[in-house]
Design a protein around this ligand. Sequence first.
Ligand code: GH3
Ligand code: MG
Ligand code: MG
Ligand code: MG
Ligand code: MG
Length: 309
Amino acid sequence: MKILVIEDSRSSLKLLCDHIRKMYFQPIPAETGHQGVDLFLKERPDLVLLDVVMPDIDGFEVARQIRQIETPGEWTPIIFLSSLNKDQDIERGIAAGGDDYLLKPVSEVVLGAKIRAMQRILQMRQSLVVLTRKLDNANQELKRLTSLDGLTGIANRRHFDAVLLREWRRAMRIGEELSIIMADIDFFKLYNDTYGHQNGDECLRQIAQALSHTTDRGGDLLARYGGEEFIAVLPGTSLSGASFVAEQMRKTVSDLRIPHPGAPFGHITTSFGVASAVAMPETDPQDLVGAADLALYKAKHLGRNQVCQ
Ligand code: GH3
Ligand code: MG
Ligand code: MG
Ligand code: MG
Ligand code: MG
């Protein structure tokens, strides 16, 4: 521990510093209030022993300045050592930011014990800081996990809906267009019936990965919307721009050539619905999702493996 000792009497200062050395702590001596504040800034001690009556600024003022210097959450114990022994002096010392107030002459044993007590509080405080940091990390991880789909690792619907609402509001503020792409795997029930659910899951994972590569432009978000349905929001993208992206997605999935002998194309394909809107007040982004869903229905109806608006 580095202990800043602020004391204008040279003999007292020397005695205190000697005693601190005997406790195997490192004393930093200061002979005036101003020097004490400067050394506090420079040395960032772990504890301060502070005289009250000094010729330049008194100990109460020094304590106030130290509390000003500390950043929020920082705390350096301050123990006053003074011969001012009225109740009101002690009260003022604590009010100025002191943590303890010992009357001079202070016995070495008592001072040692008081320093140890502060050291114990500092250690508890440190454990608390570590614990808080761990909790913060755990919270962040939890937040990350609750926004992901367990099977595919891409965003889940809950997260998607939150992002969509945020993007919708942002688009409204700047009068920008926003697009939604909805995707649904073709004849997927048949795929499950043919290859089993576990292979179906693996297929979903592969498709999610492939789709996520085609929507990795900053701002876009791809999510698993339901069983074998995926959805993407493309902020600042027009209907034709989004249709182009959807066509790339369609081709990407088709190019995987995942065998599906029972389907008309002989491999896994996907249908897409695209919808765009300029966000307006009193409009609901879920209406846009509905429009994309309707376009998807059209793509299914027209023979699947295609993009409809
Ligand atoms: P369509 O071309 O009209 O979309 O036909 P489809 O068979 O894909 O559509 P339908 O909605 O009838 O079936 C979707 C199937 O997706 C039903 C279910 O077996 C499968 N499915 C949904 N979620 C999962 C999942 O998490 N894992 C697996 N393996 N299959 C799933
Ligand atoms: Mg003094
Ligand atoms: Mg269906
Ligand atoms: Mg389907
Ligand atoms: Mg479906």
